[in-house]
Design a protein around this ligand. Structure first.
Ligand code: ADP
Ligand code: MG
Length: 196
């Protein structure tokens, strides 16, 4: 049996009710074989990067424990994307759902069709902010801690999505706003990525 590895999956959507796609995708991840979702980040509304003429994205990260090997995990993610109607046309273009492996333990993988850590994760606040939510001590191999990378880049274009608390009227909404998303466990651990 494969060992259990802590990994992080980045979720993104900017078509057909992005918030709903991302929330459903968290549930889909939990149904992957040999995989457990142990933390969900807040959802973030983010400005498109690379190809600006498209709707804003909703981004998030899931921390998982998995016994799937990296390629089996990627295959599982691509299958979920297809079930969400993902079509690949414009690079960095609009998508119903994008699922990327950001980290797989402390592993570095540089193979055809799979690069881990995700090659652009360290320079994207829309990945780093939710990554820090689910794994405050995360290290991106060869780049540094996610927290320090995020401090350097800043949060421009990345805003936590908030929803009004259920029993508040319009006047109370701003102060009563709560983060979407929840942390299920393990946000204050002091472990490094492969230290388990
Ligand atoms: P992007 O996520 O960069 O916008 P796509 O979602 O269209 O691009 O993915 C294109 C291909 O990137 C996937 O089919 C997959 O084989 C490859 N890929 C390489 N590394 C990763 C990774 N860490 N996570 C997900 N896909 C990856
Ligand atoms: Mg992708």
């Amino acid at each position: 049996m494969n060992p259990t590895v802590t990994a992080v999956v980045a979720l993104g959507s900017n078509l057909d009710d992005p918030e709903a796609h991302v929330k459903r995708a968290f549930a889909d991840l939990a149904r992957l074989p040999e995989t457990w979702v142990t933390a969900r980040s807040a959802l973030y509304r983010t400005a498109p990067v690379g190809y600006a003429d498209q709707p804003a994205f909703v981004n998030a990260c899931a921390r998982i424990e998995t016994r799937l090997a990296p390629r089996a995990l990627l295959d599982g993610l691509l299958a979920i994307e297809r079930r969400h109607g993902r079509v690949r046309d414009v690079p960095n273009g609009p998508r119903t759902l994008d699922l990327d492996i950001v980290l797989y333990g402390g592993a570095t993988i540089d193979g055809p069709g799979l690069s881990v850590p995700h090659p652009r994760a360290h320079e994207r606040a829309f990945v780093l902010a939710p990554l820090v939510d689910v794994w405050p001590q995360a290290v991106i191999p060869g780049k540094g801690t996610a927290r320090e990378l995020l401090e350097t880049i800043g949060m421009e274009g990345v805003q936590p999505l908030v929803i009004p608390a259920p029993d508040q009227g319009a006047r109370g909404q701003a102060s009563a706003a709560i983060h979407v998303g929840s942390r299920l466990r393990g946000n204050d651990d002091k472990r490094g990525n492969d230290d388990k």
